[in-house]
Design a protein around this ligand. Structure first.
Ligand SMILES: [Zn+2]
Ligand SMILES: [Zn+2]
Length: 73
């Protein structure tokens, strides 16, 4: 099952999922109780998380605090 690893471990709910572009870690967004995507960034220093929601193709850079889209093709 795909989901926030920490939330699954703790048994809490998440709102949206973000995927770390550096290592593929799945964490929940800042609207979720755990904010585990941000926590992962703080612990790992990995700078970019992209949306793991269906139909969403944006990424978030924690360093620049900016949304961007990767160009495709
Ligand atoms: Zn979480
Ligand atoms: Zn990572």
């Amino acid at each position: 099952m795909e989901g926030c690893e920490e939330c699954l471990a703790e048994g809490t709910q998440w709102v949206h999922l973000r995927m770390c572009q550096s290592c593929g870690h799945i964490g929940c967004c800042d609207n979720s109780t755990g904010k585990h995507a941000t926590q992962h960034h703080r612990e790992s220093g990995h700078p970019i998380a992209r949306s793991a929601e269906p139909g969403e193709d944006w990424s978030w850079c924690y360093v620049d605090e900016e949304v961007f889209r990767l160009s495709r093709g």
